[in-house]
Ligand binder design. Structure first.
Ligand SMILES: [Zn+2]
Length: 475
C-alpha cells in the first residue's frame, strides 16, 4: 500500500494527494482503515439503556384493555374504544415530563374510501422542543382492525398480492353511521409501534439531553382506513411548512415468531422507498450504521423497497408528500394474528420489542444531536459534483451547515447498497479526490458536530431526465 496524505489548501478545499500505486492498489480501503472507530456518546448509551421492557409490557396490556381502538369505534366510553384509548395515550405521555407538549392532532374527516361516516379522527402527538424547529419523528399507529379471517385470509385470497390502494372502499355496512365496535385488540398491529413510541417519549423527555432537533412522538390514527391520520398530518406539514427531517415509523415490531415457526429475535427490517440514494434510503443506511453501533446485538436489515408486497404503512404517507421516512417491520410475521381477534399480548416478545425501541432511540438521538445534512444540489436541483479541475477528478461541493464542525465524505462503487469508504474532512464545503471517476462511484457527505454526532448522508445523484416525445414528419 502506498502513502496517502490529506492537505488543507488555502481555499478551504481538502485535496487528497495520492500516489498512482495507491490508486491502483485500492487506496480507498486504506482510507477506511485509517478512520478511528466512532466514540459513542455516553448520554446516548444511557438513553438507549433506559428503555424498559416492563413499561412496554404495561403499555401493551393497557392498550389491549380497550378491546378495540378502531378509528370507527365508539368514543362515549372511558374504558372501551378509540375515544378511551386516545385519551389514555395523551394522559400517559403528559405524565412523563413538563417539557413534552402533548395534544391531539384532530381532524373531522368526511366519508371517503374506508371511512364510512364523518369521523373525529385524532392523532396523539407529543413534541419535545429542541434548539431548532427541524423535526425528527418516532411513530406508530394506535388504531386497530379485525376482520373475519384476519391477514391470513387476505394473504391466501390472491397470489401475488396486488398493489394496495388505500382508498379502496370496503363494503358498506348496513348502517354506515353505526360505530365499528367488534373486538380488535391490535396488540402487535400496532400496539407494538405505539408502545415503542410512548416509551421513547418518556425516555427522551426524561433524558436531560438538550437536543438540537425537535423530537416528535406521534401515535397515528386511521392507518387501517388508508393511512388517514398520517396523510392528514403530512398534508398539514406541507401547508404549514413544518420542517420534518426524518420519520422513523414502527408498525408490527413486537413479535419474533413467524407463523411458519421460524424465530428471529435478533434482527429488524427497515423499509425505504427508492430510487437508490433517495433521502429515505440514506435514512435507512443511517439507522443501520448508528443502530448497529449503539445496539450491536440487534441487526438492522435495510430493505430497498417501500414496504412488503401488498402491504402499506404510515411512512409511505410521508414519502408521498416528499418527506424522508422509513418503516420498521419485525423480521418474522405471524399473519394468523394480524387484523384478527388473536392479536393479543400472548403474541408479543417484550425483549424483542425493547431491542427495536433501542435501535429507534439510538438513531433518533444521534440524528437529533447532529446537524442537519448538507445540501448537495444547486438551485436547479443539479448535483454539485464535477470532474474538475483535471476532467478526471471527483470534485464535491456542499452547503455549510449550521452547527457542523466537520463533514464526512462517503463513497462506494456504483453497484452495491452500502457505503464502502468514508473520510472525515474538516470544516470545509468541498473535497477533491484526484483521479476518482465520478461515473464509477456514488458519493455523499454528512455533517458532523464537534462531538462526532453525524447527520444522515446527502448523496450526489443525477435527477431523472425528462422525456419529450420525438416528432416525426408526416404523422
Ligand atoms: Zn399496522
Amino acid at each position: 500500500m502506498g502513502i496517502l496524505t490529506v492537505r488543507l489548501k488555502a481555499d478551504a478545499t481538502y485535496v487528497l494527494v495520492c500516489t498512482l500505486a495507491l490508486v491502483v492498489s485500492g487506496f480507498s480501503r486504506t482510507v477506511a482503515a485509517q478512520e478511528p472507530a466512532a466514540d459513542l456518546d455516553a448520554r446516548i448509551v444511557k438513553l438507549v439503556g433506559s428503555v424498559s421492557e416492563q413499561r412496554l409490557g404495561d403499555i401493551l396490556r393497557m392498550l389491549q384493555s380497550f378491546e378495540t381502538r378502531s378509528s370507527l369505534s365508539s368514543t362515549n366510553s372511558t374504558t372501551r374504544g378509540v375515544g378511551a384509548a386516545r385519551q389514555w395515550i395523551l394522559n400517559e405521555m403528559k405524565s412523563y415530563s413538563p417539557k413534552l407538549q402533548v395534544g391531539f392532532d384532530a381532524y373531522q374527516v368526511a366519508p371517503q374510501g374506508r371511512i364510512t361516516r364523518v369521523v373525529d379522527l385524532r392523532n396523539v402527538i407529543a413534541i419535545l422542543p429542541g434548539r431548532t424547529p427541524r423535526r425528527i419523528y418516532i411513530s406508530g399507529h394506535y388504531d386497530t382492525v379485525a376482520r373475519p379471517g384476519g391477514q391470513s385470509a387476505s394473504n391466501a385470497s390472491v397470489a401475488p398480492a396486488p398493489p394496495i390502494d388505500p382508498d379502496t372502499p370496503t363494503p358498506r355496512p348496513a348502517d354506515p353511521t353505526a360505530p365499528l365496535d367488534n373486538l380488535a385488540p391490535g396488540v402487535n398491529d400496532d400496539g407494538s409501534g405505539t408502545a415503542l413510541t410512548i416509551e421513547l417519549a418518556r425516555v427522551f423527555s426524561q433524558s436531560g439531553i438538550d437536543f438540537d432537533a425537535t423530537l416528535v412522538f406521534m401515535c397515528h390514527a386511521g392507518e387501517e382506513q388508508g393511512l388517514v391520520g398520517a396523510r392528514l398530518h403530512a398534508q398539514k406539514a406541507v401547508a404549514e411548512k413544518i420542517p420534518i427531517e426524518a420519520v422513523l415509523n414502527n408498525d408490527i415490531v413486537g413479535n419474533d415468531k413467524g407463523g411458519n415457526g421460524i424465530i428471529d429475535g435478533a434482527t429488524i427490517r427497515v423499509y425505504s422507498e427508492g430510487p437508490e440514494d433517495s433521502p429515505s434510503r440514506e435514512l435507512a443506511r443511517f439507522v443501520q450504521r448508528w443502530g448497529g453501533r449503539y445496539v450491536p446485538s440487534h441487526k438492522v436489515r435495510p430493505m430497498a423497497r417501500p414496504d412488503r408486497f401488498g402491504r402499506g404503512g404510515d411512512h409511505s404517507a410521508y414519502n408521498a408528500l416528499g418527506f424522508t421516512a422509513v418503516g420498521f417491520r419485525e423480521s418474522r410475521e405471524n399473519f394468523t394474528r394480524q387484523h384478527d381477534v388473536r392479536d393479543t399480548f400472548e403474541g408479543i416478545s417484550l425483549p424483542y420489542l425493547a431491542q427495536n425501541a433501542r435501535v429507534n432511540a439510538a438513531a433518533a438521538a444521534t440524528l437529533a444531536l447532529a446537524p442537519p445534512p448538507p445540501v448537495v444540489t444547486n438551485e436547479r436541483n443539479q448535483p454539485t459534483i464535477s470532474r474538475a479541475p483535471s476532467g478526471y477528478d471527483a470534485n464535491l461541493k456542499w452547503t455549510a451547515v449550521p452547527g457542523a464542525a466537520a463533514y464526512r465524505v462517503f463513497w462506494r462503487e456504483a453497484w452495491g447498497p452500502d457505503w464502502q469508504h468514508e473520510m472525515l474532512v474538516g470544516n470545509v464545503t468541498s473535497a477533491l479526490l484526484p483521479n476518482m471517476q465520478i461515473d464509477d462511484y456514488v458519493f455523499g457527505v454528512a455533517a458532523v458536530d464537534a462531538q462526532g454526532h453525524e447527520s444522515f448522508v446527502a448523496a450526489y445523484v443525477t435527477p431523472p431526465r425528462a422525456n419529450t416525445a420525438i416528432k416525426t414528419v408526416g404523422q
